[in-house]
Design a protein around this ligand. Sequence first.
Ligand SMILES: C[S@@+](CC[C@H](N)C(=O)[O-])C[C@H]1O[C@@H](n2cnc3c(N)ncnc32)[C@H](O)[C@@H]1O
Length: 379
Amino acid sequence: MNEILTLTRQILEDGSLIRLVLGNKRKKSVPYGKVVIRPFAGRDGVLYQAEYVYENKVLHENLDPEELLEQIAFLMENSFKQANFFTADADYQVLAAKPENPRIIRKDPTMERQGLSHNQIKKYVIPDGEPVDFLVRLGVMNESGKVHAKYYGKFRQINRFLEITRDVLDALPEARTIRIIDFGCGKAYLTFGLYYYLKKQLGRDVQIIGLDLKEDVIRFCSNVAEDLGYEGLQFQIGDIAEYQGTEADMVVTLHACDTATDYALLNAKKWGASVILSVPCCQHELFRQLKNPLHEPMLRQGILKDRFCAILTDTFRQLKLEEWGYDVSMIEFTSLEHTAKNIMIRAVRTGKPKEKAPEQIRELKEYWHVDPTIVREDI
Ligand SMILES: C[S@@+](CC[C@H](N)C(=O)[O-])C[C@H]1O[C@@H](n2cnc3c(N)ncnc32)[C@H](O)[C@@H]1O
């Protein structure tokens, strides 16, 4: 099986796959006669459509590269004895009566790619296959630029974040240094990504601070920034709620737990930051407060109450931002299959407060009997 997966991984990483057909059932009980896999350009990079061909119907499933690898391993182990890869460079016939000992026959290519160009496949801000110093240093890719399979999700997340940043560039200062703070930066994959994109790729003048409670993490990130010569990228130990440092034009806070997000947003408001990118998580605060007898059936189920609290908390954040004069969009950060913490609050300052927001906040507070940090601390 390893040989089959190595071949598949290599083809996926080359971006050369045109079509893959799995067939020749291993046993009668396999419900589909064959599975045909084709790449297509998804929003965050290339995805694969798997078409399961049954006797009387066809079902489709979209998979990312990692999921595809897993699915191929499963199907070759359990369902099919043969795989035919059609790639831009060669055709490969894999005969795997025994999956652990397959025969792989390479022939000249017989198919040409149509529709999906190589550029569409490699539409990442940071492409796969080209070495990038910070990604090598953080263990995401090897020295030749190959992203390690285990880090593909992280690699995609960094790229998605940079695409979102690209969309808000116009709101950031053009004629002076862009000041950015990443609250709760953790190991700082995204902070480094931001620096690399703005400074190294776009040549913008940036001053970026990554703040986190964890001393060891900050020490590690500071060493990496220094080793890479990333001037203008600093890491500091500190609590978001008590941060008294320099102002920022862009406030980033990704997966800072519970009310830490609120303090990040309150800082952004205080400074009149032009852009805020925030992915909240662990919105537990309202769980202890929420009361409304009308909704007792939902609230008695912990999991429903928990999910609803997250939505309600983020709704208060949205309204507050609107009250402060931000245009707010809730967007999908990464695919929901990878994490439930996938909603990003993207706020761009317009300076035009939404008049209805304060009243809506009051009504929601009263209706749900809650007093969220973002409202209480906004004084
Ligand atoms: C889940 S990690 C996310 C790291 C990074 N932002 C990312 O998305 O990859 C959350 C980080 O926020 C930090 N954090 C949580 N509360 C904080 C606070 N009040 N002040 C500073 N950092 C905080 C934690 O130490 C942790 O490193």
